[in-house]
Design a protein around this ligand. Structure first.
Ligand code: PHE
Length: 453
């Protein structure tokens, strides 16, 4: 029996759920440290340009595919290509990428969950900075504890996705996203009171182009796609829950604006702390788990601040992993005609099993020779394969699919229905057809070492 295709119950439901997918560890954790290691302001300008000029148009393209077909990636590409096996393959590439990302992103999510509980127990109070940093290292090297938090996080994720679009994803996005904004604003207000706030504003907004390295350009572009969740078929699936009457460019724009704002505000939360306490802004990925707790411990309201911060990260992470599991579930439901709850359970178990070696990466006891042979531990390898290869390749294929295999008339009709922003259809089409494929192809060639900057 074919199951009825669900829809968002409201415009705000779509916007919050999609912004929830977009706003995640990318905006809160990766953006500040990548901006920090790429010179600040100049990088931020590039990121904004890429988000609006490239990421956003491709985001719209994915929404159009989803809303037009009312199907998830695999069946959507198959339907629009008249049943082509090759284009169906693009849907499966999206599926595989999302599955692998869920398996290691979930391990990081487990750390966040663990930090929420540790913060409630005031774990940093009375410890030296070295001892606080050592907490992360100990956690990272404890495989079964990693597996435990990872598994628990996946169960929470499953509970939400199993309840469906309206009762699960939309309802929880409507609860978690406003909470996230609230916590973010509270922390932002706190940050403005710190002596380093002025330096942080200058660092984030005053461009110093001499600090830009050639790779910064690529990093900014990758960042723009990753934070918008573009190139995973996720936006296709979320677009399929849109009603025909919805305004694609306008709603899409709200999502892009929210994502960018959260990225910028989170940088303005983290850098004032960094500058006030004289830390190097290039502290790297350890910034959140190692450095920030050291700072929280110096501040009187440690429990409140530390718990709020990690809860904020937890909400953001959860609304992103929901979207990763949803694209898996939606595709399996459509292709194999399996019921939502069953599909959710099977796929969560699969993601859990694939994630175990990532959870063991810090300890290095499972596959002990992995790093010696492949040069990266299992976790880093999964991250590298999916983010540096699968994502740009899938994004390129998606752009080619829309720009070169679909009729202009159909695309324009979808773009313009229900909107008065129809005049943007032509520039959008030009970007998707000519500019975006060239830029993404350039990134792939650069990554493969065939061309260098
Ligand atoms: N956009 C999410 C973030 O910034 C990451 C993500 C990527 C989520 C791909 C889903 C799919 O954290």
């Amino acid at each position: 029996m074919t199951q009825a295709h669900e829809h968002w119950s409201s415009k705000i439901g779509f916007i919050l759920a999609t912004a929830g997918s977009a706003v995640g560890l990318g905006a809160l954790w990766r953006f500040p440290y990548i901006a920090g290691t790429n010179g600040g302001g100049a990088f931020v300008i590039l990121y904004l340009l890429f988000t609006f000029l490239l990421g956003f148009p491709v985001f719209i393209a994915e929404l159009i595919i989803g809303r037009k077909t009312q199907k998830s990636a695999v069946m959507a590409y198959s339907t629009l290509s008249g049943g082509s096996e090759n284009w169906r393959g693009l849907g499966w590439l999206n599926f595989l990428t999302s599955l692998i990302i869920l398996s290691f992103y979930g391990v990081v999510a487990g750390w966040v969950l663990s930090y929420v509980f540790m913060s409630l127990g005031n774990f940093s109070v009375g410890k030296t900075p070295a001892e606080i940093e050592a907490v992360f290292t100990t956690l990272y090297k404890a495989p079964w504890i990693n597996v435990f938090w990872f598994g628990l996080f996946l169960l929470i994720n499953l509970a939400i996705v199993s309840s469906g679009i309206k009762k699960g994803i939309e309802r929880w996005s409507k609860i978690l996203m406003p909470l996230l904004f609230l916590f973010l604003m509270a922390l932002f207000i706190y940050s403005t009171t710190l002596s380093g706030f002025g330096d942080a504003v200058a660092f984030v907004f005053v461009p110093d182009f001499s600090a830009l390295r050639p790779e910064s350009v690529l990093n900014a572009l990758g960042m723009a796609f990753f934070t918008l969740s573009v190139g995973y078929g996720i936006i296709v699936t979320y677009g399929s829950y849109m009603k025909k009457s919805e305004n694609i460019p306008k709603n899409g724009f709200y999502v892009a604006i929210m994502t960018v704002l959260v990225s910028l505000i989170s940088a303005l939360v983290i850098f004032p702390i960094v500058f006030t306490y004289n830390l190097p802004p290039q502290a790297g990925p350890g910034l959140v788990f190692k450095t920030l707790p050291v700072l929280f411990a110096k501040i009187p309201a440690t429990l409140l601040l530390s718990t709020s911060f990690f809860l904020l990260m937890l909400f953001a992470t959860l609304t992103s992993t929901i979207s990763l599991l949803e694209i898996l579930v939606a595709n399996v439901m459509e292709v194999f005609n399996i019921e939502r709850k069953k599909a959710g359970i099977y796929l969560t178990i699969l993601a859990f099993v694939i994630g175990i070696p990532s959870a063991f990466s810090g300890a290095g006891t499972l596959f002990p020779n992995w790093e010696a042979i492949y040069g990266k531990n299992f976790f880093d390898m999964m991250d590298y394969i999916t983010l540096s290869w699968f994502t740009p390749i899938a994004a390129l294929l998606t752009i080619i699919f829309v720009g070169w295999t679909q009729e202009k008339k159909m695309l324009f009709k979808e773009f313009t229905s229900g909107t008065h922003l129809g005049f943007l259809a032509t520039p959008w089409y030009w970007i998707v057809k000519y500019i975006a494929p060239l830029v993404v192809l350039f990134i792939i060639l650069h990554e493969s070492g065939l061309i260098s900057l």
